[in-house]
Design a protein around this ligand. Sequence first.
Ligand SMILES: Cc1cc2nc3c(=O)[nH]c(=O)nc-3n(C[C@H](O)[C@H](O)[C@H](O)COP(=O)(O)OP(=O)(O)OC[C@H]3O[C@@H](n4cnc5c(N)ncnc54)[C@H](O)[C@@H]3O)c2cc1C
Length: 544
Amino acid sequence: MTDTPPSSPPSRKGRVFQAGAAREPQPVLDEKLTAPAGYGSSAAPPTEQREPAAPAGAPAPYTGTKGDVHAEVLVLGAGPGGYTAAFRAADLGKQVVMIDSRGPLGGVCLNVGCIPSKALLHAAKVIAETKEMSHAGLSFATPTIDLDALRAWKDSVVQRLTGGLAGLAKQRKVQTIVGTGTFTSPNMVTVAARDGSTTTVSFDAAIIAAGSEPVQLPFVPHDDPRVIDSTGALDLDNIPERLLVLGGGIIGLEMATVYSELGTKISVVELMDQLIPGADKDLVTPLTKKISKEYQAIWLGTKVTAVTAGPDGLTVTLDATASKDKAKAPETAVFDKVLVAVGRRPNGRVVGADAAGVFVDERGFIPVDKQQRTNVAHIFAIGDVVGQPMLAHKATHEAKVAAQNCTGHTSYFDATVIPSVAYTDPEVAWVGVTENEAKAAGVKYGKGVFPWAASGRSLSLGRDEGLTKVLFDETTDRIIGAGIVGPNAGDLIAEAALAIEIGADAADIGLTIHPHPTLSETVAMSAEAFEGTITDLYMPKKKK
Ligand SMILES: Cc1cc2nc3c(=O)[nH]c(=O)nc-3n(C[C@H](O)[C@H](O)[C@H](O)COP(=O)(O)OP(=O)(O)OC[C@H]3O[C@@H](n4cnc5c(N)ncnc54)[C@H](O)[C@@H]3O)c2cc1C
């Protein structure tokens, strides 16, 4: 859209589902620049791309010795990657078997990740909002927290979704097997059930969707029940008085948000000199400022070198020599619990992929090409196990590509960008090129920034610390990246992701009429700020 009369944009419907449909990337969006942070790490690069092992086409039927069960398509892992791949392959007419070691479907995301964390973050938000309204003359009593009821509610949300998946699998006649699957050859997996029984499953094609596990640290006594990972934090066993969050990335800070509102004194220690290191500093600053007032301590540029378990708590040894902060961490501090949230490691080795001839790199990632194909032509891999960003929405998109390719269609993962969101308070969300990346790569960009202190909607929500920043290519005016901090930033970033995918420019965004009063207007106003047409702020320099 521009100032000229409108014309119908070309439809891209089904673009990844056609032979050779890989689309030209946006000129300014270099692949190196579009690797966002996921839940596994804050700024790790994507895995290497390898050449396809064989020409595209449906894998041939397996003619060797059959297993106890035979699958036209075997899916190993039932997380957002696995169940999406299984359902898509079934919808395309294949007989599918899906194996997962945990009972309920849904993988990490539904059982111990995205969904339970967001349920608890909602509870935290309700508590926070009741406190915030005291400024507006509404005072609420301190909430009484029935931990068993809160846990049961969170579990009910999870069960509703995982139960729904079981229903969807049944409707599609996807056979599910509960147990740990291990490749024994290029066409066979052995599944070990908890009761000790085994089932062999032969397959024509396989999709590895085995996900990832929390990283453990060698100097931390992980067998002590007071040392928890994100799964332990979501279990909500008790509300500790003093919690150290080891790792200031997305998972650690989301859990800190929950426990802080439940009454825990939170300390956060982060090795880098910024929380959420993958995001631009100006987006993280409003969050850091807010939680610095609420938490007991935030130690940046600080290393944990030891954790010792004692009867009165966990004694943590800290090295703050690299910290630029005035208030440095003490040499030791004692906590009731320590949440280790320093990243996730892929499960490539866990599934014995090498027995099938599948290459697994030294970190446990399984490299794939843009068709999600491993170095073995009939074996595909998707989700956390193939690389960063470790995000559910990346896994589901890769899943459809893999399912389509192993059912004889030709399909490519050609997303230009993948958005990242920290569901903290305020939320921090970004997509495409960050300013840090643009500067490092020498990209010529311009930016439009809209402070939420000038947004009527934000002020009416009682919040003014938010910020919307949109980056544009200086030559074409096309949007190349965006970052938002503030309530609901995670929802708002979707507009920027779509704008990048369709190659929108600043005028397209600024001239799109956004509903008033909404936070979405801040995206349009950032574009206007870049264009120099904004009237809601005074910007004397640009005149258009
Ligand atoms: C606390 C937390 C919060 C998160 N929040 C978000 C969020 O808000 N948004 C977001 O996008 N992402 C979030 N994530 C990340 C997200 O959960 C993952 O990116 C996503 O689940 C990856 O999907 P997947 O299909 O690759 O694998 P997974 O969801 O990890 O599923 C893999 C499955 O395979 C099973 N498996 C592994 N090995 C075997 C084997 N040998 N045999 C049988 N089964 C096996 C595992 O048990 C698991 O069930 C969060 C993660 C955590 C930990």
